[in-house]
Design a protein around this ligand. Structure first.
Ligand SMILES: [Zn+2]
Length: 53
């Protein structure tokens, strides 16, 4: 019997997806898969948009 199954925790580092920022046009990466239905922003623009006021 193989009770000692360590492998399951051995995940690859978070998968990143290449995207183009909808704001500044920079190439960036996001940890989720862009579904195309909403704009994706780089980290900087994302934060800029968050504090609008
Ligand atoms: Zn940007």
């Amino acid at each position: 019997m193989e009770n000692d199954r360590r492998g399951s925790f051995d995940r690859a580092p978070r998968e990143m997806y290449d995207v183009i920022c909808a704001e500044c046009g920079e190439k960036t990466q996001v940890p989720f898969k862009p579904d195309g239905s909403r704009p994706v922003y780089c980290r900087e623009c994302y934060q800029k948009r968050r504090r609008k006021y």
